[in-house]
Write a protein that binds this ligand. Structure first.
Ligand code: PAF
Length: 289
């Protein structure tokens, strides 16, 4: 596995592969990898001749009060996981390689970015879209892989790719969960043992929502009231949002159907966790614990 830190070297590697008519999959990450990330590499390996994973904690997607300096990092451990999952090249640039000191050009998706996490995380999706647009230019992948756990990020990137005519397939991959249902996230390391236990309320509440839908519920208010009541049974849970949104535009809707998304962000102590499911794509097993 090759570790590349500069855009020039990356371009040279990509040119070699393209000249040989080889296909490339890109898995963008911010490192501190878990099995959810590893599954993206596995999907990419199945679909493409070569897999590139980026490990880059993107400073411009963090707000002034967010955890950029505290974001967990362990590049050596990440490389072991990437190598074990057949990654060919790790792109690991320094922030200075990605952003000139006078950098002032952004990719900004309206509407889709405005709700859910975008409503409180100012410029977060502008930072995500900008770095993804840059990675698409640097790596020129045939396919790019994202986890469905970040449902809004996936919808925002899909919209950018469509609107700006990037020639890439955006692949959404299933959320990978811990045995008790908690969605895997690099942020789970922030949870104390007590908080980790309390965090199970997210997947339990999603499961309640899925059960109501299976029983015929299609009214957002009825669903959300029940889900919020359930979240309130956990004293450590502080709701940021629970919403039902259109699966493409991410706008709240009153009645829902296949393809729409039930999403939540909940603080457990100081840690903000997100999770979701797509209506009609409810094969995600959330264990009853
Ligand atoms: O989901 C993430 O880890 C990041 O938002 C991403 C897609 C790697 C962009 O920095």
């Amino acid at each position: 596995m090759r570790i590349i830190t500069t855009i020039a070297e990356m371009h040279a590697q990509i040119e070699t592969w393209k000249n040989a008519d080889q296909t490339i999959g890109l898995c963008p990450t911010m490192g501190y990898l878990h099995e959810g990330h590893a599954s993206l590499m596995d999907y990419s390996n199945e679909d493409n001749d070569y897999t590139v994973a980026s490990v880059f904690v993107n400073p411009i997607q963090f707000g002034p009060n967010e955890d950029l300096s505290k974001y967990p990092r362990d590049f050596e451990r990440d490389c072991k996981i990437l190598e074990a999952h057949g990654v060919d090249v790790v792109f690991h640039p320094e922030p200075e390689e990605m952003y000139f000191p006078d950098f002032c050009t952004y990719a900004d998706v309206d509407v889709v970015s405005d709700t859910l996490c975008g409503a409180t995380r100012e410029n977060h999706f502008r930072g995500v879209c900008t770095v993804i647009a840059k990675f698409l230019n640097v790596v020129q992948p045939d396919k790019i892989y994202f986890g469905k756990k970040d449902a809004q990020q996936l919808a925002v990137v899909r919209r950018m790719v469509r609107d700006l005519n990037f020639d890439v397939d955006v692949v959404g991959c299933p959320t990978v969960r811990e045995e008790d249902g908690l969605a895997m996230s690099s942020r789970n390391v922030y949870l104390s043992p007590e908080e980790r236990k309390a965090a199970r309320i997210l997947s339990r509440t999603l499961r309640l929502g899925q059960d109501m839908i299976r029983e015929g519920c299609s009214d957002s208010k009825e669903l959300l009231d029940a889900m919020k009541t359930n979240l309130a049974t956990e004293p450590m849970a502080d709701i940021d949002y629970v919403e039902v949104v259109d699966g493409i535009s991410m706008q709240p809707i009153e009645t829902f159907g296949k393809g729409d998304v039930v999403a939540m962000a909940v603080r457990i102590g100081a840690t903000r966790l997100i999770d979701n499911f797509t209506v009609g794509d409810m094969a995600i097993e959330i264990p009853e614990v």
